[in-house]
Each structure stands twice: as structure tokens, then as C-alpha cells.
Write a protein that binds this ligand. Structure first.
Ligand code: NAD
Length: 429
């Protein structure tokens, strides 16, 4: 991993931002979306043949496939999955929002009615790996919110199968339908519907650049959770952090894919050098060494700053998806962190704990969007309606103000609809 100063890092970032040109990606994705809208299931089968290299007759997962998946998984896996499920439910239950009402003078009632979405589509990435943890993280909040219809889509492998671990996770999370379709075509199917796949109210879940771009294009016709980019971790470490822990956590992050970002920010030159050596040493023993190497080469950086204050200022500028504070008394520094998707405190709270097990969601804002957005949660599957009740007496008291405002906007029919209700001495005027 490269060690660099803060100013060198800022210069490098600015150069990368100028290079991004996504015109071709937009053209490809729009073409896929339009074809799915026009041709429905036929387009899905064709794209699955083209991109996933498998000729499917149908993309519905059958009961026999689910039964086989249940036989194939180990009891250790099932136990771990159920443990994670309990933790995720335990955490997310606290996010449920209730309807509320306030009573005013003259019997007025104002409130907010909370209603779950009727349907949600969950994209689970396939391609390079299987992500049963992502199934739990995306489906369970929808279940807790009370969504009645949860549809999961995920690309099949070249044998036309979905990994047993993913199918079983879908089963224990309570998914209603599972379809073998991935990429931009799956997003288009969830957004507009096909002969087989029902259109949903909201699409959630991470995916590669085709999936992310398709979500951006269908937004407005359907709700989406966020546009997820490649995964990131920023670790802030001082001399109290064990270098072999820091190195292991940076390597774990770089393992996600070649575009993942792993950054260490430290004000200790000693930590910078020992972590750099430790990363080299541990890397040699890892299974996904080639991919990790590529990711670290591209986006792995050790940045040496002057102080903790400067480190946290940089954190707030980057607004990372994951932040690990491996420093003395991390809890005390929490108020200084403004922008991060998830904040892991201390040497024994690595990102992998949150990825799988602790309970908070692992679908988090990436690419600096933590400045304005939040982790996926139960609130993503709830919507609100305002409730307004005025009694005759209460309305009568407000008539003049409403009429004045309506006339100021030139909306005289609005004013009339209020005036027609005017009462004087208890009688209609
Ligand atoms: P994916 O399911 O997102 O994408 C596979 C699909 O991409 C294929 O089915 C195909 O339809 C489409 N595709 C591939 N090449 C194409 C092309 N040339 N043109 C059009 N479409 C094409 O799986 P993936 O590619 O492995 O990516 C998964 C991503 O999700 C990774 O970046 C991973 O890090 C990320 N991820 C994020 C989280 C999270 O919580 N943030 C969790 C798990 C995975």
C-alpha cells in the first residue's frame, strides 16, 4: 500500500474524478431497460443467455430447487444464519415508526399515518460471489415494516442455479418469490413488470455498475433505496491499534472487488510503516490475493496526517461507507464524526462484524453520499400520509387567513371553497 501525505491524496482524488465518463454505460443500460419494457420475459431470457451464459426455460425458482438447497447447506451455516437473523431483527425493530396524532383547540386533529409499502423488489448480486448476508440485510427490514409482497431477483450461474446458501437465506428471511435474473434487465422487470415478474413499489439492494445505473434510470417510476457504488473503509488508527488487526481489516475490505477502497489515516508514522509491512505479509496467505492486490494498487492508501483533528476532518470530507476508529477512547471522539455510513468503535469492532452479524444494516451509503443519506432501514419500507381534521368552529376561525393566502396566489376557487363554509353566529352566511 502506498504511504502518502494529505495533500498528495487530495491531488490524486481530484485527478480520478475528472476521468469518469459513463456515456456508454448509460446507452447500454437504457437499451436494456427499453427492450425489457417492450418484450418482457422474452428479453429477460435473451439477456440471461447473453450475460449469464445460460439458457433458461423459466426464471422461477421451484419448490424442488428450494428443497435441494435446504439439504445442501450445513447445520453450522444454518445456525449462523439464524443467529444473524435474530441480531438483525433485534436491531431493526427499533426503527419501526408509529402513526401519531395531535389534538388541538376546537377538536382539531392533525397527524401522520404510517403505512408499509405493499411490495418490494430485492436485488441480490450474483456474478462473482454469493451473498446470503445481503439477503437478510435487505429482506428483514421490509418484513419488519410489514411489506406483504417481497420479490427477490438474483442472476443464475452457468448451470442455471442459484447458490443454496442464498436460497436458504431467502427462505428464512421470508421472501415471497425468487427469480433467476440479474443485471439491468432484472431492475427493469421489477420497475415495469413482465408476464412473470410483478412490478414493485420499491427496489432495494446492491449490485454492479449495470444494476446501479439501471436503478438511477427507473427512479421516479419506482422508488429505490440508494445508488450503491464500490465498497469503502476508512480506518483511523493511533499507536494503540494492533497493526496486524489494522492490516487484516484493510485486506478484508480490498477483498470485496477490484474497485473497493481501503484507506488508513494515521498520525503515527510508526503505525503507517508497520501496517504497510503487515499488509504485505498477510496478503501472501490470502485466497483472493490477485484481486486484493489490484484493489490495493488502485485504491489502497495510507495517509499520514498531523493530528487526530486533521484525521477526522478528512474522514468527514471522504464520508466513507465504513469508518473504523482504532484509537484511544474512540467513544469520546464520536461527536466529531459527522459523515460515515457505519462507525465501528475500538479494536474489537471490525467491519466484518457489521457485514455479517452485529445487527445494523450492511447496505450503506457509498461514494461520499453519507453526507446526505443513511443506512438501509425499516424506514425505507414505510411511507407516511398526513391526516387533517378541522371542526366547523376551528375552520371558521381560520377562514380569513386562508382566504388571504389563496387570493395572494390568485387561486380564487380555493378562496371560495373556504368562504362557502363561513358561519356567522352559528349560521351559514
Ligand atoms: P451483479 O449481480 O451485480 O451483476 C451481474 C449481472 O451484471 C449479470 O447478471 C449481468 O446481467 C450483468 N452484466 C454483466 N456484464 C454485463 C455487460 N457487459 N452488459 C450488461 N450487463 C452486464 O454481480 P457482480 O458483478 O458480482 O457485482 C456485485 C457487486 O455488488 C460488487 O461490486 C459487490 O462488491 C457489491 N456488493 C455490495 C454489497 C453491499 O452491501 N454494498 C453487498 C454485496 C455485494
Amino acid at each position: 500500500m502506498k504511504i502518502m501525505t494529505l495533500s498528495a491524496f487530495i491531488k490524486e482524488k481530484a485527478a480520478v474524478m475528472k476521468k469518469n465518463d459513463d456515456r456508454k454505460l448509460d446507452d447500454d443500460v437504457l437499451n436494456i431497460i427499453q427492450t425489457v419494457r417492450r418484450e418482457g420475459d422474452r428479453a429477460l431470457l435473451n439477456y440471461t443467455r447473453q450475460f449469464d451464459r445460460v439458457d433458461l426455460q423459466t426464471f422461477t425458482v421451484t419448490e424442488e430447487e428450494m428443497a435441494l438447497a435446504k439439504q445442501e447447506i450445513t447445520s453450522e451455516f444454518l445456525e449462523a444464519l439464524n443467529g444473524a437473523k435474530q441480531q438483525i431483527i433485534h436491531f431493526h425493530k427499533n426503527q419501526l415508526e408509529k402513526s401519531w396524532f395531535i389534538e388541538g383547540e376546537d377538536g382539531t386533529l392533525l397527524g401522520q399515518k404510517v403505512t408499509p409499502l405493499e411490495s418490494a423488489g430485492v436485488y441480490i448480486p450474483g456474478g462473482k460471489a454469493a451473498y446470503p448476508s445481503t439477503v437478510l440485510m435487505n429482506v428483514l427490514p421490509a418484513k419488519i415494516a410489514g411489506v406483504k409482497q417481497i420479490i427477490m431477483v438474483t442472476p443464475p450461474d452457468e448451470d442455471g442455479r442459484i447458490r443454496s446458501e442464498v436460497l436458504v437465506a431467502a427462505h428464512i428471511a421470508g421472501v415471497d418469490q425468487i427469480y433467476k435474473v440479474g443485471g439491468a434487465q432484472a431492475i427493469a422487470a421489477l420497475a415495469y413488470g413482465t408476464e412473470t415478474i410483478q412490478k414493485v413499489n420499491k427496489i432495494v439492494g446492491p449490485g454492479n455498475r449495470y444494476v446501479a445505473r439501471a436503478k438511477k434510470w427507473v427512479y421516479g417510476d419506482v422508488a429505490i433505496d440508494m445508488i450503491a457504488g464500490p465498497s469503502e473503509v476508512v480506518i483511523v488508527a493511533d499507536d494503540t491499534a494492533p497493526p496486524h488487526y489494522v492490516a487484516a481489516d484493510l485486506l478484508a475490505q480490498a477483498e470485496h472487488d477490484e474497485d473497493a477502497t481501503a484507506i488508513l489515516i494515521t498520525y503515527s508514522k510508526k503505525i503507517a510503516l508497520t501496517v504497510q509491512k503487515e499488509v504485505e505479509k498477510q496478503l501472501q496467505l490470502l485466497e483472493r490475493k490477485a484481486m486484493i492486490n489490484e484493489s490495493l494498487e488502485k485504491n489502497g492508501r495510507i495517509i499520514v496526517v498531523d493530528s487526530l483533528k486533521e484525521a477526522l476532518q478528512l474522514v468527514n470530507k471522504i464520508a466513507p461507507e465504513h469508518l473504523q476508529l482504532m484509537i484511544e477512547n474512540p467513544m469520546e471522539k464520536l461527536p466529531l464524526v459527522k459523515h460515515a455510513g457505519a462507525i465501528f468503535l475500538g479494536n474489537d469492532s471490525p467491519e466484518a462484524l457489521g457485514d455479517y452479524y452485529a445487527g445494523p444494516n450492511h447496505t450503506l451509503p457509498t461514494s461520499g453520499t453519507a453526507v446526505f443519506s443513511s443506512p438501509l432501514g425499516v424506514y425505507d419500507f414505510l411511507k407516511k400520509s398526513s391526516v387533517i381534521y378541522y371542526s366547523e368552529a376551528a375552520l371558521n376561525k381560520s377562514i380569513d387567513s386562508i382566504v388571504t393566502l389563496a387570493k395572494a396566489e390568485g387561486l380564487t376557487a380555493h378562496a371560495k371553497s373556504i368562504q362557502v363554509r363561513r358561519k356567522e353566529n352559528g349560521k351559514k352566511k
